[in-house]
Every structure is written in C-alpha cells, then in structure tokens.
Design a protein around this ligand. Sequence first.
Ligand SMILES: [Zn+2]
Ligand SMILES: [Zn+2]
Length: 240
Amino acid sequence: MTKLKRLIVAVFLVMFGVPSVLAEWNWPWVQSWQSVKLMLAYDEEFDYASHFWYQYNPEVLIDFLMTKVQIEFKAFYIKLCLSYYRSWDSDDSVHKPNEMLKEAIREVGFVSGAMADMLVAFTDQDILNAYGQANSTLGAVIVQLSDLSGVGQATDNVVQHELGHLYLCPDHWMPNHNCIMNGYPYWIDFPWNYYVPTFVVTHNWCSECRQTITGNASRWGITRVYGAKRVLGGSGRFPI
Ligand SMILES: [Zn+2]
Ligand SMILES: [Zn+2]
C-alpha cells in the first residue's frame, strides 16, 4: 500500500469507522420501557379518609402511594404513568371484592386501551375478607386504604400485590416466603398480637414472580425506546 492509500484508509476510518464503533458502544444506553397509562379513581370514603387521616387531597395521597409502587416496577422497565383521576360514589351496601371492583369500573367508565391501560381504584370502604381485588382480563384493581396497627401505611403494598396479578402472578400461600404475592399469615407481636398477610410487610418479588412479570411485561401499555438521542449526541433521558 502506498503512503497515500494508507492515508486515505486512515482518514476513512477516522471519519466513518471510529464514530460507528463509538455509536455501537453507546447502544447499551438505549432501553425500551413499557409505558402504562393509569386511570386512578377514589370513592367518597377514600376522599374523606385522605383528608382526615393524612391531611392530603386524595390525588396527592394517590400520587405519593403510586410513586412508591413505581419503584417496585422499575426493575422490569415498566413505567406507570398517572394519566387520569376520577372519583365514584361507592354503594355502601356492597362489600364483595368482585362487586366493588365492577361497580368502580362501571361508574368511572373504564375500558382498558381506550383512555388508559389500567384502572387503580382506591376505596376506604371495607372489602369483605380482602385488602384488594384484581381483574387481570379487564386490567383493573381495587385497593382498600390500609394503615395497620403495628405495620403502618401499607396501601402501596396492596397496590403492588394487585398489579402483580395484572401481570399474572399468582397468590402464594407459603410460610417464610418473602414475596409481595404471599398471603400467608404473618404474626404482628405484642401489643397488637394479630396476623396480617405477608404482603403488607414486604415489597420483595420472589424469583418466580420476577420471571412471570418479565415474561408478561408488555401485556399492558405501549413500548417506548428511551435513550436513542444519546447516540446522536442529544440528551437522551430515562423516564425515571
Ligand atoms: Zn392476591
Ligand atoms: Zn412470588
């Protein structure tokens, strides 16, 4: 090769070769996230309780709770976008979990995929023998405001548990199994002396649930690619 040819090759490499290699190195920054639009709803009891117990507007309390839940879905590249707030008037005579959820869906007019992908409905009316309920076909959950003696604020645990069902995680019933899907009784000591479900005292996903959510991560919402601008020299940003 003559000196001139070598020079031309070198110039070519610098102009096209090296930048493309750098671009390759940048690609690991590109990450696709599943962006899920949420409709958040609350009934009149939740509205009252959030003012009375927390001195918050219900929207502010829900925002606080959902920010905590979002942390637990970050590992799956699932971004929960709080898109719409609605309120509904819950029938005080209804206590069955399924019926309470259906009433909420009907009254806020939720259809998955129309305005939002998921409905998270908050109530402070007693749900019979449950802290919440999920319908993984309709993409909707109802959650009771849960502030428990000896445990504290655990409403976000219940939301995380119910959203786990929307990603098709099953309930577990196992002693000493540290998972948010575990309903097995956990003893709260003196002076309270009572049982709570394990999921109110943990935020952990077990390895089985991690696999399930990873496999179903694109079940709700749309896939968005973040970070691509970084390759072009822009300021690509992660959503959270
Ligand atoms: Zn469950
Ligand atoms: Zn699990």
